[in-house]
Design a protein around this ligand. Structure first.
Ligand code: URA
Ligand code: CA
Length: 431
């Protein structure tokens, strides 16, 4: 088999065979096929697309390029949730205990990574003592006995995707539905869960800027999952403004606790219930999404979700008293209000710009070497559609430095106040 023939075949709009796809992924991972040939193939895929069969084959070839996680020692149907990434997305912190409270195993593998705030592990580490340095046996034991545990990512998962994603980044081929869908799904499948729920974000703070693009990506990923034997569903959700009110690590833990109590921001609660219902349904604990949602509301009402969160924290060395005493979480030295400069209605809160402001405060990592400040971040006092008077606080800035003119400037530039505006639709569809 020659790589040049594969490039020509795809260039001319023909379908690659399973063997051909395996050949180029294996050859590229091993370093036998050079970047320039894979770049040319990626560009051909960008223009010619891939069939469902090719997409499934590409996904599985990338899964098989490295280690895969075996969760078979954990009893029950393991359902994983993945978000395509947003700003102040506190859903994982809420969903893990919420779903585990219904006896569904949550075996979460998580990373740190770059972004506006830290990842799930960073957020949880704002709880004194909490740690994810547990070994595989303890992880399995915790999930089997308490239904919930989080462990740091380990192993060499999907090296083909790492290499291909980096190449796409510099060859203008990131933005291709078959390539994005197979990239995301390969990582989820390698992580070992039986079923997958996807939160595909759309809007300024998201990878997919339009609802149509987000829907197309969601359908593509759901088809790949189902075609390779992992039951998959998706929610398409708004990320034109940040989700909930809090953006920051300790601040989001606090917001998650409020939400588990049924006292969180309504948009965060709504999305957690939409995603959670799919998880409960796929885990076989409810016959319909409606029944699943009712079960989730019940464990929020009766306190079982909150109890599950406490047990989870304590099991991994953390101080569970923060649940009843959130003031024990790290707190920033300065709380500075951002006053509205005019009367009106909030019409825009550009999610990615607001996320960048949180990062400027130190809530997230700009580079791998950056240190995170777990206490800092933003709390939105107004969301799109809310009326506001001049001088009223739009955002409370939690900072550990007093001079924050750069942050204020960034925030003012990302907020628009107008005569009227409607809150955006949160859930654009379920797949
Ligand atoms: N996120 C991924 O993991 N892969 C892509 O290709 C795009 C976004
Ligand atoms: Ca939030």
């Amino acid at each position: 088999m020659r790589m040049v023939d594969l490039i020509a075949k795809k260039r001319d709009g023909k379908e690659l065979t399973t063997d051909e796809i395996r050949f180029f992924i294996e050859g590229y991972t091993a370093g036998d096929i050079p970047d320039y040939q894979v770049s040319a193939l990626a560009m051909a895929i960008y223009f010619q697309d891939m069939t469902d069969r090719e997409r499934a084959d590409l996904t599985m070839a990338m899964v098989n390029s490295g280690d895969t996680i075996d969760l078979s020692a954990i009893e029950g149907i393991k359902v994983d949730k993945h978000s395509t990434g947003g700003v102040g997305d506190t859903t994982t912190l809420v969903l893990a205990p919420l779903v585990a409270a219904l006896d569904i195993p949550v075996a979460k593998m998580s990373g740190r990574g770059l972004g506006h705030t830290g990842g799930t592990i960073d957020k949880l580490e704002s709880i004194a003592g909490f740690h994810v340095e547990i070994d595989k046996d303890e992880f399995v034991h915790l999930v089997n006995t308490h239904k919930i545990a989080v462990i740091g990512q380990s192993g060499n998962l999907t090296p083909a995707d790492k290499k291909l994603y980096a190449l796409r980044d510099v060859t203008a081929t990131v933005n291709s539905i078959p390539l994005i869908a197979s990239s995301i799904m390969s990582k989820k499948i390698a992580a070992g869960s039986d079923a997958i729920v996807l939160d595909v974000k759309t809007g300024a703070g998201a990878f997919m800027k339009t609802v149509d693009d987000a829907k197309e990506l969601a359908h593509a990923m759901v088809r790949i999952g189902n075609n390779v034997g992992r039951k998959t569903m998706a929610v398409i959700s708004d990320m034109s403004q940040p989700l909930g009110a809090a953006i920051g690590n300790a601040l989001e833990v606090r917001e998650a606790i409020d939400t588990l109590r049924g006292q969180g921001p309504k948009d965060l609660e709504e999305l957690c219930l939409a995603l959670g219902s799919q998880m409960v349904y796929l885990a076989g604990k409810a016959g319909s999404l409606e029944e699943a949602e009712e079960k989730l509301r019940e464990v929020m009402r009766n306190g079982q979700a909150l109890e599950k969160f406490k047990a989870f924290i304590a099991n991994q060395g953390g101080d569970a008293s923060v649940v009843d005493h959130p003031e024990r979480l790290p707190e920033a030295r300065f709380k500075i209000e951002l006053p509205a400069r005019e009367d009106g209605v909030v019409a825009e809160l550009v999610a990615d710009e607001i996320g960048t402001a949180a990062m400027l405060l130190g809530a997230g990592r700009a580079t791998k070497e950056s240190e995170i400040d777990l206490a800092v971040g933003l709390v939105l006092n107004k969301k799109i559609g809310d009326p506001v008077r001049e001088g009223e606080s739009l955002i409370t800035i939690h900072a550990n430095r007093e001079d924050i003119d750069d942050v204020k400037e960034k925030l003012y530039a990302s907020i628009r106040i107008s005569d009227q505006a409607e809150p955006p639709v949160l859930v654009h569809g379920i797949v």
